[in-house]
Structure formats: structure tokens, C-alpha cells
Design a protein around this ligand. Sequence first.
Ligand code: NAD
Ligand code: IPM
Ligand code: MN
Length: 336
Amino acid sequence: MTYTVCFLPGDGIGPEVTAAARQVIEASGVDIEWVNLAAGATALEFCGNVLPERTVAAIEGHGVALKGPITTPIGRGHESVSVRLRKRLNLYAAVRPVRSLPGIKTRYDNVELVIIRENTEGLYSGIENEVVPNIVQSLKICTAEACTRIARFAFNYAVQRQRKKVTVFHKANIMKKSDGLFLRCAQKVYSQFAGTVEYEELIIDNGCMQLVSDPSRFDVLLLENFYGDIISDLAAGLVGGLGVVPGANIGDHCAVFEPVHGSAPDIARKGLANPLACIMSGVMMLNHLGEQQAAAKIRDAYGQVLAEGNPENLTRDIGGTAGTEQFTRAIIRAMK
Ligand code: NAD
Ligand code: IPM
Ligand code: MN
């Protein structure tokens, strides 16, 4: 079977980590025809547009993409390309597994979380305006449709994967209407799942304290868009950083796999980036395609390289001295 997968290298370290993931996926023996697509800075340079219609249409047509991070201007300029892509393709669920890995020393060795993040609305609606000079507003859009859809996704995910508990972080004591709606939708969906999985609600500030004090008490986290973004990076810090946390953006018709981290301009083009988050995103993609064996092969291989703990095979962010390429080669060797 040959799969057709869209390939978006992205900006900064994107081309380095996506190339590494592609090599590892190819070495697993799965037959993939890659469709190279531009988005971000290179797309602007060559197509005059950060998100060419051709790129969106190709992902819609083929249904699956592996994507690198894309740089977004701060405090000015166009909307984030990654956010726009998620909205355009209605990739309403971000799935971000965060787990302790062998050989990576952190404060905890028992983290096993999955973040399920609403991916299309909330403060990410991008509706901001200046009411009068020096007074601006930013609208947090919440619809019962999107809140219900993400809650259903989270409970289904939890039950299908034999997870024990779904926890919602919210601030419905302050944002009574928006977060209130998110909570009411989650409660309603939970009523159809009661008895199959536990359900818990925590006000997010307390939730953050509990998460950094004892992450093992959490299982599936159900979060609206903005909280999901922040908690993703916070949780990454519990297991070794952004170099080791993958992600999937899932909709009813297509799926885009990308690491949680950004384009890391501070280390771009130096060959230093940790490719693992992107490789793990590739593993999620293989599972999505039904290639469980190839996915397990890659997971075992990077597990072995991490467990061995040879600094010459690991990138600096996880205690090694290697560059992107050496780490990638070590994983490919471990697959043989
Ligand atoms: P970042 O995730 O790019 O980097 C944060 C820190 O983590 C940096 O010190 C970086 O060097 C390190 N880091 C990240 N990934 C790493 C890896 N694979 N290996 C080793 N170290 C790694 O976050 P930022 O600096 O806040 O954002 C940079 C740019 O990326 C911004 O323009 C932002 O908008 C964009 N961004 C894009 C996406 C996306 O497109 N999916 C995601 C996040 C951020
Ligand atoms: C992420 C990123 C993105 C987000 C931005 C930078 C496009 O941080 O995927 O977590 O805020 O959603
Ligand atoms: Mn983020």
C-alpha cells in the first residue's frame, strides 16, 4: 500500500526536524509518496502568500499532512499560518501526548498525560479591535457546537484508550459565560459517558499548581484553545521540554501532524534541533494511517536510543552533545 502524505517543512528548525522525521518514517518500511507543500516564509517568498490555496487544497484532498512549525510575527502582521490552517481545515481537536521517557532525567518519572485542546475558537478567533485610541478589545468566541464536539472527542478518546479520567481546566468563576458554556457542554457529554470514565473540573490556576506538584494525578486534560496552548508547553517542561512532545490536529476529514514546539529561531539552521517531537508526530501519523507495526518499530527504536543514554546520540536539550542528524541516524540504526 502506498500512502500519499502532504509534507510542509515550515520555518526555522521546521525543515531540519521534518526531514529527520521523513527519513525515520521511510526507514520503517512504509511506502509514502510525499507531496511537498509551502507554507510560511518560503511560501511568502515563492508564492507571495503565507498560506497558498494550493497547500490547503492538497491537504483537503489527501487528508493527511506532516508539518513543521511556522514563524508568526509578534504584535503585528498576519494571523498565524498554523492557526489559520487549523481553522480552514476544521481540525478541531489537538491531541498532545506528554509522557515521561526513559533516560531523560526530570523531576518526575511518572507523567502520562494527554492534552485534548479545542483548536478552532476561543481567544484564537483573532477578532480584535481598537474601540477608541488606546482601548482595544479581544473577543473570546465560544460556541456550544465546538465545545460539545471537543468534549465528545475527549471522552471518546479516553474510553477507547482505556484512560481513567478526564479533567477540565477552566476559569468559569471569572469568565462565567464563555468558560461556563465550555463546562456545561463537557458536563452534558459526560452524562452520556458516566460510569465508563471519571470526570473532574478544576479552576485553572489551582490546576496548574496541582499539575506541577503531582502530574501523575492527571490523565486526559480537556482544555479550551488558549489554556490548551499554555498547558501544552508547561506539561512539556515536566518531561524534558519541547523537543519531546508531539501533536496531532484532527478533524472529521483530515489530520495534520506537527510537534508542539515552534520554529525555534535561536537554534535554526545550526543542526542542533531535537527531531524527536517531530518523529513522534510521525509515529502518531502512522498509527492514524493504520500502520501500527511501523509506528511501534520507530517507538521501540527511539525508546532504545533514549534508554541507552549515550550523549553522542542525543541532542543538547536532553543532555547530549549530538546534532539533529546524529540523533536521527542513531534512531534509524536502532530500527535495523
Ligand atoms: P519555540 O517552541 O520555537 O522555542 C522555545 C524554546 O524551546 C527555544 O529556546 C527553542 O530553542 C527550544 N526548542 C523548541 N523546539 C526545540 C527542539 N525541537 N529542539 C531543541 N530545542 C527546541 O517557541 P517560541 O520561541 O516562543 O516561538 C518561536 C516561533 O515559533 C514564533 O514565531 C511562534 O509563533 C512560532 N510557533 C509556531 C508553532 C507552529 O507553527 N506549530 C508552534 C509554536 C510556536
Ligand atoms: C502551538 C503554537 C501555536 C498556538 C501558534 C504559535 C501558532 O504555539 O501549536 O501550540 O498558539 O496554537
Ligand atoms: Mn503553543
